[in-house]
Design a protein around this ligand. Structure first.
Ligand SMILES: [Fe+2]
Length: 355
């Protein structure tokens, strides 16, 4: 079984996205997208400055988001991905496709009397309805010959959206539409757990103990679904901690969920967890989080900063599950300039990286 994954693609600043053909050439059985499937803002290039979409009215917000998803759909056509027999697509979201940079849907700042800008406050329910609708539309139409026009062109159309915002958002072709739980059996003994790291996340303008990343309900669900007799792949938009990153305040370690997950795993030595994450525009493989927790980061599918040396384009990873090992292939960069490949093996018995 072969699983390819990546995150962070900007269809406006990087409409040519060779990453998808590179992935298709590896003929994966599963493609997992870990968020920032497009960028509502970025602060450079063709997107508005970070946080600006918070100032958009709902119609403007919907039009911007629909345009980006349609452009991203176009960037993936012709890659050969949709002709792969049996390919299943799964996805979660992160901040730039949820609403704007560092956006969240949970509890706002503790000191609500302070003057906060709109982008520092929780994403309003109406905008969450729009982004849920358009996230689902994008994934449903990946293989469609034509992308649907924007339906959200009137206030009335937006008012009719009626998702239950208490349910997490994710996509999997292996699950029925609107399935309440993102648990997918990828192969015998290999489960994929799709998390929504944005809808329930709280403001960081709260004391650490009063914050949450996944929310209580989703965290309890995750604990129930980490199985002692299977590999548990946690799909997460953001990384576990900020190791190697100068500024990554969005990671798990800034929330109590991080220590809770590690404490839980310490009591479950037979669990084998593979946390796959995105967000940071590079790739890495780490087995220093604890004895039964390995993290693989694959981010920077198509996120140009005007400097190919930064390796923020073409990045992806492929996991190939064998009976005794998992081969982890990581790729950064776009040919012909400055590409980089690495291959490592995870030993399934010891749950350590061998090479
Ligand atoms: Fe990103």
């Amino acid at each position: 079984m072969k699983l390819a994954f990546t995150s962070c693609a900007d269809p406006l600043d990087s409409p040519q996205q060779p990453v998808w053909a590179m992935i298709a050439a590896k003929r994966p059985d599963h493609l997992l997208l870990l968020g920032d499937q497009m960028y509502m803002d970025y602060g450079a290039g063709l997107n508005p400055g970070n946080g600006k979409p918070a100032e958009f009215d709902d119609l403007e917000f919907a039009a911007h988001m629909h345009h980006r998803y349609q452009s991203q759909w176009a960037a993936m056509q012709g890659s050969g991905l949709w002709q792969l027999p049996g390919l299943q697509v799964h996805g979660v979201w992160d901040d730039h496709d949820f609403a704007w940079n560092n956006s969240y849907g949970g509890a706002g700042p503790a000191d609500a009397d302070e003057d906060y800008d709109a982008h520092e406050l929780p994403v309003p329910p109406r905008k969450q309805q729009i982004s849920r609708h358009l996230f689902r539309q994008f994934f449903r139409h990946l293989r469609a010959p034509v992308y649907p026009a924007n339906e959200l062109t009137t206030e009335a159309a937006i008012a009719r959206l009626a998702e239950d915002l208490r349910q997490p958002v994710f996509h999997s072709e292996a699950l029925p539409a609107g399935a309440p739980e993102g648990r997918v059996v990828l192969a015998p003994g290999v489960n994929l757990l799709l998390t929504d790291g944005r809808s329930f996340r709280s403001s960081q303008e709260r004391p650490h103990a009063q914050r949450t990343l996944l929310g209580r309900t989703q965290m309890d669900w995750l604990r129930r679904n980490i199985d002692d007799h299977a590999v548990s792949i946690i799909a997460s938009g953001c990384t576990l901690d900020r190791n190697g990153e100068l500024t990554n305040p969005e990671c798990w370690s800034n929330y109590p969920d991080h220590d809770e997950l590690k404490a839980f795993l310490a009591l479950r030595p037979a669990a084998q967890v593979l946390l796959l994450s995105g967000d940071v525009h590079n790739t890495s493989l780490r087995d220093d989080h604890g004895p039964n927790l390995i993290e693989v980061v694959a981010s920077g599918a198509a996120r140009p900063m005007g400097n190919v040396i930064l390796h923020d384009r073409g990045n992806h990873a492929v996991l190939e599950f064998g009976p005794t090992t998992i081969r982890v292939g990581r790729h950064e960069g776009e040919p012909p300039v400055h590409t980089w490949n690495s291959e490592s093996l995870i030993d399934r018995a010891s749950w350590r990286v061998l090479s």
